[in-house]
Design a protein around this ligand. Structure first.
Ligand code: Z5A
Length: 205
């Protein structure tokens, strides 16, 4: 029996970290054996690539180089961690996955969705998440939350229009895969966000 693959997505400040912990706790309360991981990252090599991707630097980062680093990290993560766990019957809860690439590198940076789709097929074949929890929030509200929290990484320094495009990218992905995407209004108070997530997961189970 293979495990289930759950991903959590959204723009800055949506509360992914907060709600990943909530989802993990909910699944464990149902006696589900789950591992929580993230992208980019999840293995030592993929975490090194994450550091390279997020670091602020004087040299401009070419969008295509960024895209290839994201997929290099994903190939390593999928083959070393995600696929073997699913094959063992474990559930995998992942902070971001390929929808983030369509949203950030596609809609945000303006790279070709067709190119992203080709790389997606090369790296993951037909593997897709079973359910994607999309935490959706007004971009300005999310940025206020994110910027109150900590030092900004290279992505968090982008302007509002970049994140508006990223949000529109997620919306387009949700429209293409309505059965997989579950949109949660992340602008609500946390208790209501988590009640909505729990309802969605109960329906999924
Ligand atoms: N990236 C990419 O470009 N392409 C790809 O394919 C992939 C990734 C996979 C790192 O991601 C970057 O990688 C990302 C895109 C790029 N861009 N950035 N930055 P990340 O997921 O690690 O980074 P993040 O977006 O900053 O995630 P995060 O750390 O999980 O942040 P968060 O979503 O903002 O979550 P949070 O820390 O739980 O919440 C933020 C604050 O809001 C915090 O103080 C909470 O207490 C508060 N909060 C949360 N929920 C609420 C509610 N409901 N009300 C009020 N306050 C709340």
């Amino acid at each position: 029996m293979t495990g289930r693959f759950i991903t959590v997505e959204g723009t800055e400040g949506v509360g992914k970290s907060t709600n990943l912990a909530f989802i993990e706790g909910f699944l464990r309360s149902r006696a589900i054996d789950v591992i929580t991981t993230r992208e980019p990252g999840g293995t030592p090599l993929a975490e090194e690539l994450r550091e390279l991707l997020l670091a602020k630097r004087e040299e401009p980062v070419d969008a295509c180089a960024e895209l290839l680093m994201v997929f290099a990290a994903r190939a390593q993560h999928l083959n070393q961690l995600v696929a073997p766990a699913l094959a063992r019957g474990q559930w995998v809860l992942c902070d971001r996955f390929t929808d983030a690439t369509y949203a950030y590198q596609g809609a945000g940076r303006g790279l070709s969705l067709e190119t992203i789709s080709k790389l997606e097929f090369l790296v993951q074949g037909s593997l897709q998440p079973d359910i994607t929890v999309w935490l959706d929030i007004d971009v300005r509200l999310g940025l206020e939350r994110a910027r109150a929290r900590a030092d900004l990484d290279r992505f968090e320094e982008e302007d509002v229009s970049f994140f508006e495009r990223v949000r529109a990218g997620y919306r387009a992905r949700a429209e293409e895969a309505p059965a997989r995407f579950c949109r949660i209004n992340a602008g609500q108070p946390l208790a209501r966000v988590q009640a909505d997530i729990q309802r969605a997961l109960e329906a999924f189970l």
